[in-house]
Design a protein around this ligand. Structure first.
Ligand code: ATP
Ligand code: MG
Length: 223
C-alpha cells in the first residue's frame, strides 16, 4: 500500500542528509513502528508520506500512485484518506469534543457547507460513532481544555476515525502520556486499525512498546 523507494532528504538550510536511500514497503493493514533516537528522521519520514515535506529525491507510491509527483489537488484528495495523530494532540482547546471530532469530516469532504461548519446529519452520526468507539460518548459537549492527556488523545483518534482513513500516521502519539495511558492508547489505536484494516505507521521511542504494539519494527539511526 505504501512503497517508498530510494528516498532522500536534507533540509534546505543544512547539508547533512536526514533520510538516505530509504526503501520501505508497507502492506495494507500492516502495523509498522518506526523507532530510533531523537533526530534520526522519524518525523521527516512520516511527513514525507503525505507530502507535508517534499523529499529531495525518490518516490512514495500510495496504492500505486507516486504522491511526490502528483498535482497538489490530487495530493489533497489522497491526504483526505490519511489520518495524522501527533504527540501534542493538535486539537482546538476552546472547542468541544464533538466539534473537534467533526473536524475530521472536513478532511473527508470539504464542501462549502463543511467549510462554514455546517455539517450534515451523516457527519454528526459518524463523529458520534467515532467518539463511542474511543469511549468518549459521554463527553461530547466537554471543552478540550477540561480533558486529561489520555482523553485528548482519544479525541484525536476519534477525529481521525471520522475521516474514514485508509492510513494513519501517528507521530509519537503517546510521548506526553504516563506509562499506563501509553499502553491504553496504543492498544486502542491498534485494535481500531485491525478492525477497520487501516494501515498504521507509528513512531515511538520505546522498544518495549514497539514490540508489543506492532507487527513490524523499523529501526532508524542518525547519519
Ligand atoms: N524544518 C526543519 N528544518 C531544518 N532541519 C530540520 C527540520 N525538521 C527537522 N530537522 C532536522 O532533521 C533531523 C531529523 O529530524 P526529525 O524531526 O525528523 O527527527 P525525529 O526522529 O522525529 O526526532 P524526535 O524523536 O526528536 O522527534 C534533525 O537533525 C532535525 O534537527
Ligand atoms: Mg519526531
Amino acid at each position: 500500500m505504501i512503497n517508498i523507494e530510494n528516498l532522500n532528504h536534507h533540509y534546505k538550510n543544512k547539508s547533512q542528509e536526514v533520510l538516505k536511500n530509504i526503501n520501505l514497503h508497507i502492506r495494507k493493514g500492516e502495523n509498522v513502528v518506526l523507532i530510533g533516537s531523537s533526530g534520526c528522521g522519524k518525523t521527516t519520514l512520516l511527513r514525507s508520506i503525505n507530502r507535508l515535506i517534499e523529499p529531495v529525491s525518490g518516490s512514495i507510491h500510495i496504492n500505486g500512485e507516486n504522491i511526490l509527483k502528483m498535482p497538489i489537488k490530487k495530493v489533497v484528495r489522497i491526504r483526505g484518506k490519511i489520518g495524522m495523530i501527533f504527540q501534542n494532540f493538535n486539537l482546538i482547546e476552546r472547542d468541544s469534543v464533538l466539534k473537534n471530532t467533526l473536524n475530521g469530516r472536513l478532511r473527508h469532504h470539504s464542501s462549502l457547507n463543511t467549510l462554514f461548519g455546517r455539517f450534515s446529519t451523516q457527519d454528526y452520526e459518524i463523529a458520534k460513532q467515532s467518539l463511542k468507539r474511543v469511549g468518549l460518548e459521554d463527553y461530547e459537549n466537554e471543552r478540550i481544555n477540561n480533558l486529561s492527556g489520555g482523553q485528548k488523545q482519544r479525541v484525536a483518534i476519534a477525529r481521525t476515525l471520522s475521516q474514514n482513513p485508509d492510513i494513519i500516521l501517528a507521530d509519537e502519539p503517546v510521548s506526553s502520556l504516563d506509562p499506563k495511558l501509553m499502553r491504553e492508547i496504543l492498544e486502542l489505536l491498534n485494535n481500531i486499525c485491525l478492525e477497520k484494516e487501516i494501515t498504521l505507521v507509528t513512531s515511538l521511542h520505546f522498544l518495549e512498546l514497539a514490540k508489543k504494539y506492532s507487527s513490524r519494527i523499523i529501526g532508524m539511526r542518525q547519519l
